[in-house]
Every structure is written in C-alpha cells, then in structure tokens.
Ligand binder design. Structure first.
Ligand SMILES: Cc1ncc(C[n+]2csc(CCOP(=O)(O)OP(=O)(O)O)c2C)c(N)n1
Length: 280
C-alpha cells in the first residue's frame, strides 16, 4: 500500500529526532562514527518505524523480525533508534562508551536489548543475516530479516560469498539495504577500491536490485515493499546517501567518519540540522 503523506511526515520527524540524538551521543561519548550514522538514519527509521515487528518490552520475542547492522560502527545510530523506541532507558545513552556502560561503539547483542547480532568486523553481518533468514525458513517461522550494509564493506570478500549464498539458497525473506554514501574510512570508494557498476554486480550475482534516494522516506518504504513482494530472488536496495547528512560541516567529508563534538560544536551541529529540516 502506498505510504501516506502523514506517514512520510511522521517518519521524517522521527529521523530528525534520531539525528539529534546521534549528535548528542557523539558529544557525550567524546566521539563517534557520526558521518555514517547520519547517512544511515532514514533507512533505520523507515525499517523500525514502518516495517519491523518488534516488542521493546519483550526484546527476545521469538517471532520478532530480525535486524543486523552489518556496518556495526553505526552503533550509535542503532542505539538512538532502539532507545527512542523504548528498548532501554534513553538516559543510559549519556554514558555511551564509558567504562562500565553496556554501550560500546559497536553494540553488543548480549548487553544491549534489541540488538540481534554483535557486529563491527565489516563483512560478516550479511552472512549472519542470511543465517537468520534461513533459520526462519527451516523452522517454519514468518519473521523477516533486515540487514544494513555499507559501501566500504563491499571490499570484503565475505560480502560476495553472502551474495552467492543468497542466490543459491533463494533467501527471499531477507531485505538488504546498502548505505551507498560513496565514502569509506578515509576517502571515496571510487578512488580507493572502485565498486561501480555496483547494481550490475549484485544483479550478476542473481539479486533483485533497486536503486533509490536513501533520504527519501517514500522511496525507502516503496523499495522495501517491492522487496517483500519479490519471491524469486534475494533483494538488495542500494540507497544513495550522503555521509554526515543534515549537518553542513560534516556532509560528504571523509574526516567525519569518526569525530567528536565539544559543546560549542554540538550547538553548531544542532543548529545546522535544524536548518536542514527547515526548523530554523
Ligand atoms: C574487517 C574490518 N576491517 C576494518 C575495519 C575498520 N573500519 C571501520 S569503518 C571502516 C570503513 C568505513 O566505510 P563504510 O563501511 O563505507 O562506512 P560508512 O561510510 O557507511 O560509515 C573501516 C575500514 C573494520 N571495522 N572491520
């Protein structure tokens, strides 16, 4: 069913709140992978707020949909979404990455409610997600698995092993979203390890590929619905995004892969975010 204008506005507002929280966590923690957390925000918000069947009061509910953040360094963004949904007390985020906190830069599934897989070593989340999806099928369960990958991750051989397996085993109860922000840790993917033509490569591996604007809620939701409807091939959605999206001094800057914000810089970032949402 096409998404309504009201729902688009609701999701966009939620993405604004999550981006704000990402910036605050970055300040509390003394630094974070903020660039990639801001690029992935709209994807995570759309998945969690429109599609995921989860119960924050019962994080281990057996029939819940599964989510794997294969680009595990986006952990602050994932934690912001989960905290906002009420999986845990949001106040705990103030101690993010501090000694004794449950929250490290890469979220630990044994410590953070709502996290289905501990990730951070790039390239492995796709394989974990494939296993979860195949596990559902073997057990006759209806849960759907979502996996968010990064473009830097496409340099890992395990991604392409996963691509082959997804096709071989026709894993159609999995939706992969690729955060194509064009930047990896210290530069543009096309300068460091060219990925293009990325869509054609995934197609050649037998996947149903869609390419969308990864900051357009309507496009994200439509693509996920198309992916759900595809019953022959595994699905990947290449989401064209901007690293640092929403904060002018971070956008498209490799150096904002990881960075800190003192209180003055935090205020600047929040003001820029407000401007980008037309709130200032
Ligand atoms: C196997 C492995 N090698 C290296 C790293 C260190 N590392 C962290 S993030 C990153 C790449 C960042 O680029 P991308 O994955 O595209 O992240 P995004 O731009 O979406 O934040 C690297 C190499 C890692 N986490 N895992």
């Amino acid at each position: 069913m096409p998404i309504t204008d009201e729902e688009v506005m609701r999701l966009e507002e939620k993405a604004y709140e999550v981006r704000r929280l990402c910036l605050q966590i970055t300040s509390w923690a003394g630094g974070s992978h903020i660039g990639g957390s801001l690029s992935q925000t709209d994807i995570l918000v759309a998945i969690y707020h429109k599609f995921m069947r989860v119960d924050p009061k019962n994080p281990q509910w057996d029939d819940r949909d599964r989510f794997v953040l294969s680009k595990g360094h986006g952990g602050i963004g994932h934690a912001a979404v989960l905290g906002d949904l009420g999986f845990f007390d949001k106040e705990l985020l103030k101690d993010f990455n501090k000694t004794g906190s449950a929250f490290g830069m890469h979220l630990d599934a044994l410590k953070v409610p709502g996290v289905d897989a501990s990730t951070g070593s790039l390239g492995h989340g796709l394989g974990i997600a494939l296993g979860m999806a195949m596990g559902a099928r073997h057990q006759g369960k209806t849960w759907h698995t979502y996996c968010v990958c990064s473009d830097g991750e496409q340099c890992e051989g395990t991604i392409w092993e996963g691509a082959m397996s997804g096709n071989q085993f026709k894993v159609t109860n999995l939706t992969v979203m690729l955060d194509r922000n064009m930047l990896m840790i210290d530069g543009f993917t096309e300068d460091i390890m060219s990925l293009e033509p990325l869509a054609k490569r995934w197609e050649a591996f037998g996947w149903y590929v869609q390419e969308i604007d990864g900051h357009d809620m309507r496009a994200i939701c439509g693509a996920v619905e198309n992916a759900h409807a595809e019953t022959d091939r595994p699905s990947i959605v290449i989401c064209r995004t901007v690293k640092g999206k929403g904060v002018d001094f971070m956008e498209n800057k490799a150096e904002w892969h990881y960075g800190g914000l003192d209180s003055a810089r935090l205020n600047e970032a929040l003001a820029s975010l407000d401007r980008s949402y037309g709130k200032a």
